[in-house]
Design a protein around this ligand. Structure first.
Ligand code: COA
Length: 161
């Protein structure tokens, strides 16, 4: 069974995680726990209960805000001029030997699910992601994310109406 849970440095094998993007490997190995402690970002890992220490993928979440001027006209019309509260998925990665088998999609679903739960307590309009290149942006577009008007690799998924 697959499990989406907060990173546990005592259990999860961060050193063994490799996704093919050194900065994303380095993040989980060196910085993620520090960022969690300092309130910069929370990190969640996907594991299989048959091998719970092996990290299949991870994502990070933080609070964020966006100026509505950066969003599509259809969004902007519904929003106040003040900054709009959001969540940000700053990083997303699957281990290299598991890519292309639906884990990325599952991780996006887990992140959205977590945000939907969190926004029952703290309001947020959308989930923002930062794609590292055009191929990553295409991955998010595939799931219905929309690009910011002024930054095509920053995308957002509105939650509500
Ligand atoms: C990007 C990444 C998370 C995608 O995960 P994955 O497990 O390989 O992707 P999945 O198998 O879950 O693909 C899910 C769907 O997205 C589609 N997809 C995958 N990559 C895509 C891309 N670049 N453009 C458009 N669609 C894409 C798949 O075809 C699939 O479509 P379907 O659900 O209709 O069948 C993964 O490749 C990865 O970790 N790469 C290295 C790190 C990285 O680049 N992270 C992104 C940082 S912004």
């Amino acid at each position: 069974m697959l499990d989406d849970s907060p990173l546990d440095p005592a259990l999860h094998d961060r050193r063994g995680f490799e996704c093919g993007v050194p900065a994303l490997d380095e993040h989980i190995q060196r910085f993620a726990e520090q960022h969690r402690r300092r309130g910069i970002s929370s990190i969640f890992v996907l594991t299989d209960s048959a091998q719970p220490e092996r990290i299949l993928g991870y994502y990070t979440l933080s609070a964020a805000e966006v100026d509505a001027e950066r969003l599509a006209e259809v969004e902007r019309k519904k929003l106040p001029r003040s900054p709009v509260p959001c969540f940000r998925m700053g990083r997303l990665a699957c281990r290299a030997d598991q890519q292309g088998h639906g884990l990325g999609k599952l991780l996006v679903g887990c992140a959205v699910d977590r945000c939907l739960k969190a926004r029952q307590q703290v309001a947020a309009y959308a989930l923002i992601v930062d794609a590292k290149d055009d191929a990553s942006a295409a991955f998010y577009l595939h799931f219905g994310f929309k690009p910011f008007l002024d930054a095509k690799r920053t995308l957002y998924l509105p939650f509500g109406r």
